[in-house]
Design a protein around this ligand. Structure first.
Ligand SMILES: Nc1nc2c(c(=O)[nH]1)N[C@H]1C(S)=C(S)[C@@H](COP(=O)(O)OP(=O)(O)OC[C@H]3O[C@@H](n4cnc5c(N)ncnc54)[C@H](O)[C@@H]3O)O[C@H]1N2
Ligand code: MOO
Length: 447
């Protein structure tokens, strides 16, 4: 844990906050979202809040793992290529068959993969071990039932013996009724959702994905796809932050850029609160005459309570930051700086942990990795600030613990092209003003 930058009680006006102090202050004000019962497809990536028990065994019945013939082992004991055993085919058992024929001595039932093993049979011989009912040598596969309905009856020659239970998947061999299917705390990925579906659960109780409303502020902003007028730029932050929120696990709503007008901004945010578990804004948090986010948000609490506090952080980029809880539900709002790299780095450091906390996901912060700097010149960093430079990270070679990182672009917080080439943030600590090539440092890998 790094030494706090300011030790006296914090006040937005005078103290500089460290990155960790700001994040800790945000996180201590948040609780994970209340669990919800969701449809399986909506639960992907969410944390299960209760143990799930298996209601019915899997497989629910003995079934075939091959397309072939359900037989009695005793009948085919002496089967061989030279002297195949000929059995009478009494019918087909397809996957999903409800009514099953009974296989008597000298009989076989044609059976498909996943179909229940019919009574009387105690093994399956794959169709490749038989003549498929065609009266010749071993076949490659069955003729489609639609093309040859007579294949379900007649005779079949079996060329190899079978062992008891061969190609039979036993009832309960996967999981047994009453077993623990998944433990509370499990993050549901496709394999876990597969299991829930297989044991017949249509819904599951999880912490839901937070709904994150993203809005940009700035009268100069024009949506991509529209032409620029004098002095205008395209709004890239709302796209970066919306997609970053989705990548972090949220359901994100991008609201178009709002002009630098405090009343419009306040009304827009109030309108959005109905669908927000968190609000993220960009721009308007510095000291300019048109930085209206401060003006609009400082008192946007419930009945005058709460509101957003604006701070200076000992970091670069991302110095000006706002955080507070607003509206009747005390919805967390993070006001990020407008420079595109600052907004993105701020998202990584503060908003992503908020999303993960609301979802109950661990770890909340990215775990730093160590990497050796590959560069021609030393990297410089402002004294007293934690700097986040953009870099390309390569994982450690086999048997090594330290990877490599090459800076891309400079420290400027407007350099979006370099950001797009980067896959990591290089972290230069507060007390360090110069780092030589070949030195190692922490990197946050943006995967
Ligand atoms: N006198 C001072 N000026 C500035 C300071 C300071 O301490 N004293 N801090 C600088 C730092 S550091 C940052 S970061 C920025 C933060 O400014 P704001 O949050 O108020 O952001 P804006 O002024 O609205 O915009 C800054 C910059 O970013 C561009 N921008 C804004 N929104 C978007 C968007 N959605 N998509 C693309 N680009 C966007 C905007 O056009 C500006 O160029 O303040 C410094 N100034
Ligand atoms: O801190 Mo500002 O965020 O450097 O560009």
């Amino acid at each position: 844990m790094e030494k706090p930058v300011a030790t006296e009680e914090k006040s937005a006006e005078r103290a500089v906050w460290s990155v960790d102090e700001h994040l800790d202050d945000i996180l201590r004000q948040l609780r994970p979202l209340e669990p919800l019962e969701l449809q399986l497809l909506e639960a992907q990536g969410c944390v299960l809040v209760e143990d799930v028990k298996v209601p019915v065994s899997l497989p629910p019945f003995d079934n075939s793992s091959m397309d072939g013939y359900a037989v009695r082992v005793a009948d085919v004991e002496s089967a061989g290529a030279e002297y195949p055993i000929v059995l009478t085919v009494i019918g087909d058992v397809a996957a999903g068959s409800g009514e099953l024929p009974t296989v008597g001595p000298g009989q076989a039932a044609r059976i498909m993969t996943g179909a229940p093993l019919p009574p009387g049979a105690d093994a399956v011989v794959p169709v490749e071990w038989t003549d498929g009912g065609l009266g010749e040598g071993p076949v490659e596969g069955m003729t489609a039932a639609s093309a040859a309905p007579e294949g379900a009856t007649g005779e079949v020659a079996v060329h190899r013996p079978a062992e008891e239970g061969q190609y039979v998947r036993r009832r309960g061999s996967d999981v047994t009724a009453g077993d623990l299917a998944l433990e509370a705390g499990t993050v549901l990925g496709p394999a876990q959702i597969s299991l829930l579906a297989a044991i017949g659960l249509g819904t599951v109780t999880v912490r839901p994905r937070p709904r994150v409303v993203v809005l940009s502020t700035g009268s100069e902003l024009v949506p991509p796809g529209e032409p620029l007028g004098p002095g205008q730029i395209h709004d890239s932050n709302s796209y970066a932050l919306t997609t970053a929120a989705i990548a972090a696990g949220a359901i994100a709503y991008r609201v178009g850029a709002v002009a630098d007008d405090a009343e419009t901004l306040r009304a827009t945010i109030e309108d959005q609160l109905i669908r927000a578990d968190a609000v993220v804004t960009s721009g308007g948090v510095s000291v300019g005459a048109y930085d209206v986010v401060k003006e609009a948000l400082s008192d946007l609490g419930s009945d005058g309570a709460g509101g957003v506090e604006f701070r200076k952080l000992a970091m670069q980029p991302g110095k000006p930051q706002g955080f507070g809880r607003i509206g009747d539900d005390r919805t967390p709002l993070l006001a990020l700086p407008g420079n595109p790299v600052s907004a993105y780095v701020s998202f990584e450091l503060f908003v992503r942990p908020v999303i993960r906390t609301l979802m109950g996901l661990e770890p909340v912060r990215r775990e730093p990795r160590r990497a050796r700097i590959v560069a021609k010149e030393a990297l410089s960093s402002p004294d007293g600030k934690r700097q986040f430079l953009r870099g390309r990270y390569e994982p450690p070679a086999k048997g090594k613990t330290v990877g490599k990182v090459t800076p891309v672009g400079g420290a400027g917080s407007h350099l979006v092209a370099a950001l797009a080439q980067a896959n990591a943030l290089m972290v230069i600590p507060e007390g360090t003003t110069s780092v030589a090539p070949g030195a190692t440092l922490d990197v946050l890998v943006l995967d």
